[in-house]
Design a protein around this ligand. Sequence first.
Ligand SMILES: [Zn+2]
Length: 288
Amino acid sequence: MTKNKIDNLKIGEFEISWLNGGNFALDGGAMFGVVPKVLWEKKYPCDPNNYVPLAARPMLLRTPKNNILIETGIGNKLTDKQKKIFRVNAEWDLVNDLNSLGLAPEDIDYVVLTHYDFDHAGGVVSKDNEGHLGLTFNNALHLLQKSEWEDVLRPNIRSVNTFWPENNEILRDSSNLQLIDGDIKVCEGVELIVTGGHNRGHQIIRFHSEGEVAYHLGDLLPTHAHYNPLWIMAYDNFPLEAIEQKELFEGRARKEDAWLLFYHDPFYAACKFDQKGSVLQSIGTGVL
Ligand SMILES: [Zn+2]
């Protein structure tokens, strides 16, 4: 997949830019759970082997005072075997993307992680040119729910496949981790809200400035095609909670005329929807 430049999105005084955190592919059945393929393939394309294209697309949020990075992409530590398994077809290019916006990794004040699966937290620790591992965003506080971190440190038989030690050990031993217990305000206009659903400690982000609002629902709404609250991923650990939280926050977003931002959708970076789930406004190519 080619690297698409996506237009920035303004939310009042805030500016959102999209960064390349790697592109990959997963089985369509796993991405759409119990939804029959005859339905989901009308909304989302798949290849002959049933794989669907996915982005890992971190967002840079610039407020008048802070640079906030939301999610970190798949990182640059994947082995060739892992790249094959996840069908990685575009590499993590986050640092170059930041540079092209006139920023260095040191300029990031906060890294917000909705949860710690490898495709969201893989860029927290990266390899330098000599192959040494270190924190990518040295000056940033990394904001994560305490319950998520507990699960990261003690993964179960299922989550061990996504909570990789190489993504958490250096952060664990640093002073850059700030664990949160519940909802918080990061700074004026940026709130973190615990939802659970996908993971026990999954959190979402709400931004608002000058009357405009946006939500980043993390893996509760991975792509535009998941808008129906019942269309959830087989990866969700707490499916009924995921459905309930999606319904709640999609409803709030409609009322607030808010943008919904996607991390995994290579076609759309952000959309506004009507009640039936039709796209009213969008950022991104929109070409499926
Ligand atoms: Zn994900």
